[in-house]
Design a protein around this ligand. Structure first.
Ligand code: C5P
Length: 230
């Protein structure tokens, strides 16, 4: 894998002009971008398509979940947009329908394991009969069974995922902080080098790069840290 493809820059910005400014500043250093709700619903879907046409890889983080027919048709449209990754919530029906919708295209479906905002008490309140780690393990297995290629999980859930499915899924992880950068609202973090050492395939990094005084230098520091561990 091109080392640059390991870093997915989260374009968590309010409008397309701000996103274009980040992309211009990063130039050839960045090959992979994530578009989430904030940008997607401010013209970001057309922008994502343009970005893909310009040769960048795009991860559309829409965390879809609906009845199978709706998921399959919607995912088919996203596959035609030239996206590289798309998230869906990791329910068996949704995973299977998304796999069907993406079939025959390069779009990779990532199952969202358990939102990191949920703890055991939140799961109990929502009616689940198991805790967070057990649910992550179950969902990792169900993602694998669905044929979807990847999982989004926190770095701290890596061991649970590996125990459940070995090395069979592409692991995509947020919560990465270069040494010395602000934590923001992230609580359990790893540096880019540590993330590579524990076997994360792609890391999602937002504010430490997009909010830096010199985003290109911040990106280069991330790439250097990964290179030193590769
Ligand atoms: O700016 P920062 O590097 O914290 O951005 C991380 C990105 O990963 C954001 O787009 C955020 O929504 C996403 N994310 C996260 N934690 C999760 C799931 C997704 O930070 N548990």
């Amino acid at each position: 894998m091109d080392l640059r493809d390991r870093v997915i820059v989260a374009l968590d910005v309010p409008d397309v002009a701000a996103a274009e400014a980040v992309v211009a500043k990063l130039g050839n250093r960045a090959t992979f971008y994530k578009v989430g709700y904030e940008l997607a619903f401010a013209g970001g879907l057309d922008f994502a398509q343009r970005l893909a046409k310009s040769g960048k890889k795009v991860f559309l983080d829409l965390k879809l979940h609906d009845i199978p027919n709706t998921i399959e048709k919607g995912v088919g449209q996203i596959a035609r947009m030239g996206m590289t990754f798309l998230t869906v919530h990791a329910y068996p029906q949704t995973l299977a329908a998304a796999a069907n919708g993406a079939a025959g295209s390069p779009l990779g479906i990532l199952g969202v394991s358990v939102m990191t905002s949920m703890d055991d008490g939140d799961l109990a309140r929502a009616g689940y009969g198991m805790g967070v780690q057990d649910l992550i393990a179950r969902r990792a297995q169900q993602i694998q069974e669905s044929g979807c290629p990847g999982i989004v999980c926190s770095a701290t859930d890596m061991a649970t995922v590996r125990n459940a499915v070995g090395h069979s899924l592409t692991i995509v992880t947020p919560g990465i902080r270069p040494a010395g950068s602000a934590l923001g609202d992230q609580k359990r973090v790893m540096t880019p080098g540590e993330a590579i050492r524990v076997g994360i395939d792609h890391m999602v990094i937002g504010r430490p790069i997009t909010g830096a005084e010199d985003p290109a230098a911040a990106m280069q520091a991330v790439l250097d840290d990964i290179q030193s561990q590769s």
